[in-house]
Design a protein around this ligand. Structure first.
Ligand code: GDP
Ligand code: IMO
Ligand code: MG
Length: 429
């Protein structure tokens, strides 16, 4: 099996970027398969921080191909900014960054529509990143979208104008909205389109299958988290793509039989940004302390993230959906100053304890049943070997593995690339 998968098991921001960047050197290709610039993947090495939104997190590793797959939606404006950041960082990306022709384009009017529809939702708003994700995927499934491959065609401008006109008539359905400068955004968009034109395009499905036949190793990089999956997440408080393992097949053109390891990432606690249910959310000082210690502010929007304890029924659900073969537990260092830590083992609703998530997490009054664990009250900075972790940290990890039924292969103890402890030799291959 040539294709391994890294994805988030919670509501996003689990630390996918860091782990992909770390493991990338073991692969020939890193490929994004879904989502768009709603993602913010943070990498830290050599004293510098890099945030990627569209470009796969393998881009900083030499000799490695990075593919933006057909399942991704691309905003040329964000992509051009990311390319500029690579140029500024002296990264030679020209022959290593490929874009699938079947990836869909985010138009300025998609962002306009995202803004007007969110504003109209009032209190029910999803908390979208307003990057135009929902409207772009709607046009994709509605069979109206524009794709990367279209930008070279003679009639591209006409197709653009047709879609733009449709969007502007849709905008009229919503209450009047100030605050979107369409002319300025379009000018930027067309300027940035030239950057996209200059990048290497491929028929992603042929490219990746050829690579598989040539025995190349591929790492598929997820964006968002499984609880934001369009089918299985906390609908309607989700994103508009399939963030689970199945999305790799559609988003890259890979057969399910080619998938090997599924590396599921979870924080040692839990966060969510935007609206929607979050059973273990903490509204007290403990939640504030987690936010402060974890520096939990969105990598894309800068919004404070909602914080709570790790949620085992939720993780069992996403492990089941994804076929996770190994866990990576990140941000364990954020718990260093906690005298005790909790994990939700069950949900209490309808008068009983349940391990299964109800149909609609919003409709039920869910009380998480918490189990406490002693903390370690020490820094993990100097710890490089699993055995050298404090005993209480090891028993917390062992309890998670035991209850989740999947072994942890790596434990992340800081944002930097090398703050990662290998737990088992089974880490990846
Ligand atoms: P992603 O969207 O899953 O790639 O995650 P984000 O980059 O949005 O958010 C994760 C944040 O946690 C980033 O600021 C990372 O630099 C940081 N991070 C990743 N792993 C660790 C870790 O083990 N400990 C700490 N303290 N921070 C981490
Ligand atoms: P990464 O890849 C965390 C959330 C938004 C909002 C909902 C829908 O960095 O983990 P959208 O813009 O898709 O219409 O927003 O999904 N969301 C994320 N939350 N991390 C992300 O990506 C997210 N991408 C979208 O906050 O609640
Ligand atoms: Mg993120």
């Amino acid at each position: 099996m040539n294709v391994d998968v890294i994805l988030g098991l919670q509501w996003g921001d689990e630390g996918k970027g860091k782990i992909v960047d770390y493991l990338a050197s073991q692969y020939d290709i890193v490929a994004r398969f879904q989502g768009g610039p709603n993602a913010g993947h943070t990498l830290k090495f050599d004293g510098k921080k890099h945030v990627l939104h569209t470009i796969p997190s393998g881009i900083f590793r030499k000799n490695l191909i990075n593919l933006i797959g057909n399942g991704v939606v691309i905003d040329p404006i964000t992509l051009a900014k990311e390319i500029q950041n690579l140029i500024d960082a002296n990264v030679d990306y020209k022959d290593r960054l490929l874009v699938a022709r079947k990836a869909h384009l985010i138009l300025p009017t998609h962002r306009y529509l995202d803004a007007v529809s969110e504003a109209a939702k009032g209190k029910e708003k999803i908390g979208s990143t307003l990057k135009g994700i929902g409207p772009t995927y709607m046009d994709k499934t509605g069979r109206n979208g524009l794709r990367v491959g279209d930008i070279m065609a003679d009639d591209f401008k006409e197709k653009y104008q047709t879609l733009r006109a449709k969007h502007l008539s849709l905008v009229q359905v919503y209450p009047p909205f100030e605050g979107f400068d369409l002319a300025a955004e379009e000018a930027k968009w067309f300027e940035s389109l030239e950057v996209l034109r200059s990048l290497k395009k491929v028929d992603g499905e042929y490219f990746i299958n050829q690579a598989i036949n040539d025995n190349k190793k591929i790492l598929a990089e997820g964006a968002q988290g499984s609880m934001l999956d369009i089918d299985f997440g906390t609908y309607p408080y989700v994103t508009s793509s399939n963030t689970v393992t199945a999305g790799v097949c559609n988003g890259l053109g890979i057969a399910p039989s080619k998938i090997g390891e599924v590396i599921g990432i979870t924080k040692a606690y839990c966060t969510r940004v935007g609206g929607g249910p979050f059973p273990t959310e903490l509204f007290d000082d403990t939640g504030d302390f987690l936010r402060k210690e974890g520096m939990e502010f969105g990598a894309t929007t800068g919004r404070p993230r909602r914080c709570g304890w790790i949620d085992l029924p939720q993780l069992k659900y996403t492990i089941m959906l994804n076929g996770v073969t190994q866990l990576v537990i990140t941000k364990i260092d954020v718990l260093n100053k906690f005298e005790s830590i909790s994990a939700a083992t069950h949900y209490h609703y309808d008068g009983a304890n349940h391990e299964q998530l109800p149909y609609d997490l919003t409709a039920k009054k869910i009380e998480p049943v918490l189990k406490g664990f002693p903390g370690w009250l020490s820094s993990l900075d100097a710890v490089e070997e699993y055995d050298d972790l404090p005993a209480t940290a090891k028993s917390f990890i062992a309890a998670l593995e035991d209850r989740l039924g999947v072994p942890a292969s790596m434990i992340s103890t800081g944002p930097e690339r090398h703050k990662l402890i290998m737990k088992s030799t089974q880490a990846v291959h």
